[in-house]
Ligand binder design. Structure first.
Ligand SMILES: [Ca+2]
Length: 402
């Protein structure tokens, strides 16, 4: 019988620990075999689904695979398989048994530096007809510069075909920070792309002549739709949707209203979740609940007229990434909750919503997962799926405990 890779790894880990603990016993002449038998049993137990009691529901966590290298984006195909990006620049398909496929051919060259690389993936709303997908990535732009770009491609039997870059964040800059980026289709078939401030581009975030620290809205060819909010403003780039963001790595539509919601990394303290409406200014760096990493203030204001206040903020920061309104059926008590991953906190935040407002927060799985949670997505089976940002990155299924 084949032993799954994760079991083998756990076996090696737990064996090493036990051997260290039992060294005195070996010195006294104890036989090795019973120890190995014991550790094999322990290793088996680690791979069983973990049952966790939460405020609203008893759920189970199943590690579908731990064979992903810094996975970032996840989109389910109509047949239930998962299309997963790995930040170093690979796109793979994970089947329903957890088998991780070979990297697909045709992925654009990425600048896998710092936080950069291959980032999000989403399917065309008409994927069943056109097999198109969209990828966001840190693109090398020459002279040591890079920037977030969006590619469109057809998912063929052996990999990507007809690959074209339909959007490029302007201007290109140097560095490995704050690329964003999530891809979310609106109900009207236009695509939202979330873009970071590149860390060194903070002075550009409040200006309309660039894509730094913005959400943009484009059609499926990369053009600005005719009803974009800044279209008639002199000097403004036509793709702009909202401004004043620091680094958005979580985004989803509210299933009740169709509105875009996003979360963004604050500086030290001050991560935010925002109902992200067109033509609005979300305030970075004029207002924030955070401070510089050095402890110095970014601004002495947390709110100001004309700047949108966050729907929720975190002090200290959890390092927000991934956002999903739970729409599944597997855990009925969670319906309508918003889930936000924490990279630094290593847990999953469940936000309880009422009339479009956050009325409570529960932190989940800090003990059970203890890994950087990068992505949260609704599965076609009604379960919630998580990706962990590690070299042995996991795909985890969260469903009701049996
Ligand atoms: Ca803000």
């Amino acid at each position: 019988m084949a032993i799954p890779a994760s079991t083998r790894k756990n076996f090696v880990r737990s064996t090493t620990v036990l051997l260290r603990l039992l060294q005195p016993a070996f010195a006294a002449g104890v036989v090795l075999a019973p120890v190995l038998l014991l550790t094999a049993v322990c290793a088996q137990a680690l791979d069983e689904p973990q049952v966790v009691a939460t405020e609203r529901a008893k759920v189970q966590l199943e590690v579908i695979t731990d064979g992903l290298d810094h996975p970032w984006g996840l989109a389910f195909l109509p047949d239930g398989r998962a299309l997963v990006t790995e930040r170093p620049g690979r796109l793979r398909i994970v089947d329903r048994t957890g088998k991780v496929g070979e990297p697909l051919a045709g992925v654009p060259i990425v600048d896998a530096v710092g936080q950069g690389g291959l980032l999000d993936v989403t399917l065309d709303p008409e994927f069943a007809r056109n097999q198109r997908i969209y990828l966001s990535f840190a693109e090398p732009r020459g002279d040591g510069m890079n920037g977030t770009s969006v590619a469109r491609a057809k998912l063929g039997p052996k990999g990507l075909e007809d690959v074209s870059v339909i959007f490029r964040q302007q201007p290109a800059m140097k560095g490995g920070h704050h690329f964003g980026s999530r891809l979310v289709f609106g109900r009207d078939g236009n695509l939202f792309v979330t873009l970071g401030d590149r860390n060194s581009g903070r002075d550009k975030v409040q200006l309309l002549d660039n894509h730094v620290g913005k959400v943009v809205r484009i059609d499926r060819d990369g053009n600005a739709p005719a009803d974009n909010p800044y279209l008639k403003q002199a000097g403004a780039l036509p793709e702009l949707w909202s401004i004043g963001h620091r680094n958005i790595q979580g985004a989803a539509l509210d299933p009740a209203t169709g509105e875009l919601w996003t979360n963004e990394h604050g500086p030290k303290g001050g991560d935010e979740m925002n109902r992200t409406l067109g033509g609005r200014n979300y305030g970075w760096p004029l207002v924030t609940y955070g401070m510089e990493y050095s402890g110095k203030p970014v601004s002495n204001k947390t709110e100001a007229p004309g700047l949108e206040a966050p729907a929720h903020y975190w002090v200290p920061s959890i390092a927000t990434s991934g956002l999903a309104f739970y729409t599944g059926t597997a855990i009925p008590a969670w319906k309508g909750s918003v889930f936000v991953g924490g990279l630094k906190s290593g847990d999953l935040s469940r936000l309880e919503m009422r009339d479009g407002r956050v009325v409570g927060e529960e932190r989940l799985f800090g003990e059970a997962i203890k890994r950087r949670i990068r992505t949260v997505v609704n599965g076609p089976d009604g379960a919630l799926y998580l990706l962990t940002d590690e070299s042995e990155g996991q795909l985890i299924r969260v469903t009701a405990a049996k």
